[in-house]
Design a protein around this ligand. Structure first.
Ligand code: GSH
Length: 217
């Protein structure tokens, strides 16, 4: 059985964007059953967990003695097993992989900076100075992405792991109104989020948090 590590609970600002969501979504698209392995800060710090994820983060993917970390690597590993995520032809697969990297390397690094400023340092003087430039750079990148997308439904000629990754990256902006300035990207993100596999993955992540909250109440 495939297992995916995920947090027992995170504060509301993080619920629905924790990175095990990408892996859950990929598994749902591929039709591969899995179990979530819920962890807490104590497990995160443990030597056993660090042997699986050197930084103590989620997600960790385990299957038949194979242990993987890094959501990008895990999604690619799953995509290689399923035509639902990677086209069968070599060129199509390479293009989809390109978009996985673009999401993580060309978009996420900028979007994550904004999230860290807003969610962890909003009142810090350095953050107030830095934020306008970060937001400007994000609008620039999103404008370029919107130009690429044009009237297409997806980044290539069909849904792939690249769209999965790009959607989860665009969700990092959900605490802002930044995407409102890029209506085609907003519609693209919502189109991908409307997929039943995404809805199941999101519900599964949220269910763990809700269960934890019910137990605490
Ligand atoms: N590059 C890693 C990032 C993983 C990551 O940032 N995980 C966060 C949750 S979204 C985490 O575990 N944070 C807790 C920590 O860093 O201690 C990946 O994509 O898997």
């Amino acid at each position: 059985m495939i297992t995916v590590s995920a947090f027992k609970w995170v504060p509301p600002f993080a619920q629905g964007v924790v990175r095990d969501l990408r892996v859950r979504w990929a598994l749902e698209e591929a039709g591969l059953p899995y179990e979530a392995r819920l962890i807490d800060p104590q497990i995160q710090k443990s030597a056993d967990y660090r042997a699986q994820q050197p930084f103590g983060q989620v997600p960790v993917f385990q299957e038949d003695g194979l242990t993987l970390f890094e959501s990008g690597a895990i999604v690619v590993h799953i995509a290689l097993k399923s035509e639902a995520l990677f086209p069968k032809d070599e060129a199509g697969r390479a293009r989809a992989l390109t978009w996985v990297f673009a999401a993580l390397n060309s978009l996420e690094i900028h979007l994550q900076q904004l999230a860290e400023i807003d969610l962890f340092a909003a009142e810090a003087p350095w953050a107030k100075l830095r934020r306008p430039d970060v937001e400007k750079q994000i609008h620039h990148r999103l404008g370029e992405l919107a130009t690429w997308l044009g009237n297409r439904e997806y980044l290539e000629d069909r849904f792939t792991a690249g769209d999965l990754m790009m959607t989860t990256v665009l969700r990092i902006l959900r605490h802002t109104e930044v995407l409102d300035a890029h209506p085609t990207l907003k519609a693209y993100k919502e189109r991908c989020e409307a997929r039943p596999a995404f809805q199941r993955a999101l519900a599964a992540q949220m269910e763990a948090f809700q269960q934890h909250e019910r137990r605490k109440a």
